[in-house]
Ligand binder design. Structure first.
Ligand code: B1M
Length: 235
């Protein structure tokens, strides 16, 4: 931490300055500062939803954009996501009480035979940062686990991750099983992982291949906007 940052007393900043400082602190991955600032805003009678959207999601959008543009790299994004988590831990129970609208819900897991989870975790954190509820199934998931989670969690989006050329074909097993069970159209299927590409995503019948966490957030938001427009048109 720089001397200048040492001198900043968060509680002495006005709301606008404090939010700007939170953007900087998220960017720098400063979890304790974020937790303190979240508590200050709550004491100033900000609603938990406003703290989430204006301060945390706003700050993570800056991080997400710089990650997408190659300005920030994985370690920095993980630190920022960790700082964001600190704020989320405080806000989560309050949000549940006040019934803040969720952007959408995602179930995500790494496929059977594959134990890589760093990328998946990053995607999950960025999605939470963007206001999605995320149910993380962890690693090495057989099709049955995905099916069960779709039934119990009724997510808008199913995310699958694979890092091995030997495990990526398993994504097709999951999608084909969803089709066999007649529930393929109940969820938007997004897939990602280093060895995948657009063509593979299309070939296995996914709705989209997501190159990275930022693209996943953008793609998920697009699908949710479409879903809301369809619901509006139907009513
Ligand atoms: Co593994 N491994 N590994 N490994 N490992 C790779 C993938 C490999 C490319 C390394 C290499 O040989 N150059 C290679 C695969 C080769 C291939 O398939 N052709 C490989 C191998 C071979 C193996 C083992 C078989 C090694 C062995 O035991 N002989 C073994 C497999 C175990 C298994 O899974 N059954 C293995 C084990 C491991 C470790 C346990 C040591 C460790 C994993 C630790 C962990 O995840 N907790 C590991 C690691 C760290 C890697 C590398 C070095 C890094 C992966 C990573 O975390 N990247 C990797 C080499 C590489 O990729 N350069 C490698 C950072 C992460 C942020 O990026 O995961 O790509 P990534 O995620 C991105 C995007 O892909 C996307 O967004 C993320 C963020 O931007 N994304 C999604 C990912 N999932 C998404 C899901 C979505 C959307 C986007 O859903 C909607």
């Amino acid at each position: 931490m720089s001397d200048e940052e040492d001198d900043i007393i968060l509680s002495e900043l006005d709301d606008e300055e404090l939010v700007q400082q939170m953007f900087d602190d998220l960017y720098d991955g400063l979890r304790e500062e974020i937790e303190e600032a979240v508590n200050i805003l709550l004491e100033r009678k900000w609603t938990p939803y406003r703290v989430l959207t204006d301060a945390l999601v706003g700050g993570m959008t800056v991080v997400g954009n710089d990650f997408r543009d190659g300005v920030l790299f994985v370690p920095e994004v993980l630190l920022a996501a960790n700082a964001m988590k600190g704020g989320m831990v405080i806000l989560k129970p309050l949000l549940a009480e006040t019934g803040a609208p969720q952007v959408g819900k995602m179930v995500i897991g790494t496929v059977k035979g594959d134990i890589h989870d760093i990328g998946k975790n990053l995607v999950g954190m960025m999605m939470e940062g963007a206001g999605f509820e995320v149910v993380d199934l962890g690693i090495n998931n057989p099709v049955e686990t995905y099916l069960e989670a779709i039934e119990t969690e009724t997510p808008d989006i199913l995310g699958m991750s694979a890092l091995l050329t030997t495990t990526m074909p398993y994504m097709k097993v999951v999608i084909d099983t969803l089709a066999e069970k007649g529930i393929r159209d109940d969820v938007v299927v997004l897939v990602g992982g280093a060895p995948l590409n657009e063509e593979f995503g299309r070939a296995i019948g996914a709705d989209a291949y997501c190159r990275d966490a930022a693209v996943t957030v953008d793609t998920a938001k697009e699908y949710m906007a479409r879903k809301h427009n369809q619901l509006k048109a139907a009513n």
